[in-house]
Design a protein around this ligand. Structure first.
Ligand SMILES: *Cc1c(COP(=O)(O)O)cnc(C)c1O
Length: 456
């Protein structure tokens, strides 16, 4: 057998030319988005008031398995892709495990995460439609940063509503966005009706992702030439992120490597959905079998302790209802340093697959995540994002299980980004000040009891 290099790259000519639409191979399709007013599935026309028309078509497409990546987007991808597939030789050595560990590293671009893969696609379709700009929300700031980069490249206006606490605590991310020309507004703000209402009801609130989404949507629908874009959860985002899995699979195929276990962190589900897409496709078509593991924070356990039901994606309850694993849109997760994983719900595609038994999920405690992050950084060199470190933790646990049994399993995990802007979190960890808040059953039950009533 050929020696596997530390990094497996693809030639430009080997990069994916189409995204893979997992829904085409799903037997039970994800449930449609519902109009909260009528309780009926959202039509393309209704969605077009909020999203660009090509993206609406992608959102609703559950039949075409392959959707061509426009040449302009492929050219942009070439500036920072392929993302390397790394054989974690040093980690294997340190763990003394017979397992073979690989990770797909998405942190090799200035925004520092996989989010750029969908940001450029969404900005491209907005530009193609002749729009002036896009609005969005950002929590920890990775999505806002990625979108600012994409908009700067295409000459689009970019308006970002940033959760107020992050706006104040993460000034560096904010300034990166402004460097790329985005306007960044702390949310809740006085710019929108929903923002003013939330401020009147909760003066002094430091905001939430759900609230920032409501403001960004309102801003888009009340301004001519603007549409709203979202960095996770939606079907279209998983579609764009399939580039991660397609590249990973192509690189593995080159060396005849077949993963047994595929692991990703899950916030809204976009990186995980993208990484597993082509592998899950094979599983759905009965061509191969893999074990898929979603890893979420114990402080925001949508899969592991949530319920599969229709819920709002935002706090202002203006967005469509999505059927997903959720802990309730009224639940405000305890401050957790993996900001990108603090969403109450989960992608409808992944929710359906999890519900149908195609994948597993587990939750991990914050301090265990940082311990894994540090362990990884000290041997593999990369400083991982706290979000990504959830996947590292599970990969290490699986590798240690192989050490017990002597099994030589092949593990693939998604390393979604770098943690340079998360040093306050690392500092808390080093000083022993990091807490592990885990919601009680009562808290979750209270929030789940407030889910909208939908007759299906
Ligand atoms: C946003 C983010 C995530 C979580 O989002 P998903 O949509 O679940 O992929 C994970 N890692 C990083 C680095 C992020 O920025």
């Amino acid at each position: 057998m050929t020696d596997i290099p530390y990094k497996i790259y693809l030639e430009e000519t080997e990069l994916p030319k189409s995204w893979y639409n997992l829904r085409a191979d799903m037997i039970n399709k994800p449930a449609p988005l519902l109009n909260p007013g009528t309780g009926k599935p959202m039509t393309a026309e209704e969605l077009s008031a909020v999203f660009c028309s090509d993206l609406v078509a992608q959102e609703l497409d559950e039949t075409n398995p392959y959707i061509e990546i426009p040449k302009e987007i492929r050219d942009f991808y070439k500036m920072y892709r392929p993302a390397p597939l790394v054989r974690a030789y040093c980690l294997e050595e340190k763990l003394q495990t017979p397992a073979k560990i690989y990770y797909k590293f998405e942190g090799n671009n200035t925004s520092g995460s996989h989010k750029l893969n969908s940001a450029i696609a969404q900005a491209y379709y907005a530009k193609k439609q002749g729009l002036k700009g896009v609005t969005t929300e950002t929590g920890a700031g990775q999505w806002g940063t990625a979108l600012s980069m994409a908009c700067a490249y295409l000459g689009l206006d970019c308006r970002v509503y940033m959760v107020k606490v992050s706006y104040e605590q993460k000034p560096f991310r904010r300034e990166v966005m402004r460097t790329y020309g985005a306007s960044v507004t702390p949310s809740p703000s006085m710019n929108t009706e929903v923002g003013r209402k939330i401020l009147a009801e909760h003066p002094g609130t430091t905001g939430s992702l759900g609230c920032a989404i409501s403001e960004a949507v309102e801003d888009a629908v009340t301004h001519e030439g603007y549409r709203y874009v979202l960095g996770s959860v939606l079907n279209q985002v998983l579609l764009h992120q399939s580039v991660i899995g397609l590249e990973a699979k192509a690189a593995m195929d080159k060396y005849g490597i077949k993963p047994d276990i595929i692991i990703g962190c899950a916030g809204g589900g976009s990186n995980l959905g993208g990484l597993i897409a082509p592998f899950m496709g094979e599983k759905l078509r009965g061509e191969a079998d893999y074990k898929f593991i979603a890893v979420e924070p114990a402080s925001c356990p949508s899969f592991t302790r949530g319920t599969f039901a229709y819920d709002f994606c935002d706090t202002g309850m203006i967005c469509p209802l999505a059927k997903m694993y959720t802990i309730g849109s009224s639940y405000i997760p305890a401050p957790n340093h993996a900001g990108g994983l603090r969403f109450h719900g989960m992608s409808p595609v992944l929710s359906q697959l999890y519900h149908d038994g195609y994948m597993e999920a587990r939750s991990v405690k914050q301090t265990d995540v940082f311990e894994a992050a540090e362990y990884f950084a000290r041997c593999e060199g990369i400083l991982p994002a706290p979000e990504s470190s959830h996947a590292i933790k599970a990969a290490i646990d699986e590798a240690l299980a192989c050490k017990e049994t002597g099994e030589e399993k092949t593990i693939l995990f998604g390393l979604t980004g770098t943690g340079y802007f998360d040093m306050v979190a690392y500092e808390k960890f080093h000083n022993g000040e990091m807490t592990n808040y885990i919601p009680t059953d009562e808290e979750l039950a209270e929030s789940i009891a407030k889910l909208p009533k939908v007759s299906e």
